[in-house]
Design a protein around this ligand. Structure first.
Ligand code: GLY
Length: 244
């Protein structure tokens, strides 16, 4: 029997996704997600109920620290073990009083962080990933982040995350209307179809990203979209975004 004792980490969380080519890693814009189903971070953990980027206080120096303390040493350690890791390394970190500390790694894009990080990417993601896959990130332009902000709200099925109700009908007119709103993008996740049209088919059903010059306006846009596509019985948090 083995007992693992972990350090309790106090601070605020940050998600940093880096593109790796086996030797080097370059960060995308940082983001923060909201994991609990209920407002003010109450209720059970979920796959994520929303996210935003930029994250106030998480400037270039913070991202550099996360890279230096958490991401780059991990890529080097993988390499030392003969693992040529090429792809996206997701670092979920806690910004503590004694620096950034790892909570989790994922070897994929993060969800829902990606829905706010990619809209801010100023450059060609395909070229970046292709360079990483070739083991030659140096041949691609480093990822740049556009000015502006993005905020994403997840609309989940009633009962999520326990036993989400499936088969509820999604209104195509409302979905189309949301698509015409300025700075609003609707993404489908747990959506299926039957003879009558689109229906809920999973826990997290739809996500709405608002983009704008500021986080405040991105938030207004995301919620305008969320209100437009919401269906009877859906669940979404009204407090996505920075506190205060
Ligand atoms: N947002 C955390 C994850 O993608 O697992």
């Amino acid at each position: 029997r083995r007992v693992v004792i972990e350090e309790g980490l106090a601070g605020v969380e940050l998600s940093v996704m880096a593109v790796c080519d086996g030797r080097r890693a370059v960060p995308l814009a940082p983001a923060r997600d909201h994991k609990r189903v209920g407002e003010r971070d109450t209720g059970p953990n979920t796959g994520g109920m929303g996210a935003y980027s930029p994250v106030p206080g998480a400037d270039e120096a913070v991202v550099s620290e996360v890279m230096a303390r958490c991401v780059t040493p991990t890529v080097e350690a993988l390499r030392d073990r003969g693992i040529d890791y090429r792809g996206v390394l997701y670092a979920g970190v806690m910004l503590t009083g004694s620096g950034a500390k790892v909570i989790e790694f994922n070897v994929r894009f993060g969800d829902p962080e990606t829905q706010v990080v990619l809209p801010r990417l100023d450059g060609d993601l395909g070229l970046l990933l292709a360079a990483a896959a070739r083991g030659d990130l140096g041949s691609a332009d480093p990822p740049r982040t556009a000015d502006g902000a993005a905020l994403h709200v997840v609309l989940a099925a009633g009962g999520y995350p326990g036993s989400p109700r499936t088969g509820d009908r999604l209104d195509p007119v409302r979905l189309a209307a949301a698509g015409t709103l300025e700075g609003v993008e609707v993404l489908a996740a747990g959506v299926g179809s039957d003879a009558g049209g689109l229906v809920t088919a999973g826990g997290r059903v739809l996500g709405v990203t608002g983009t704008a010059p500021t986080l405040g306006t991105a938030r207004e846009r995301a919620y305008a979209g969320a209100g437009t596509v919401a269906w009877p019985g859906c669940v979404y948090r009204r407090d996505i975004g920075p506190r205060g």
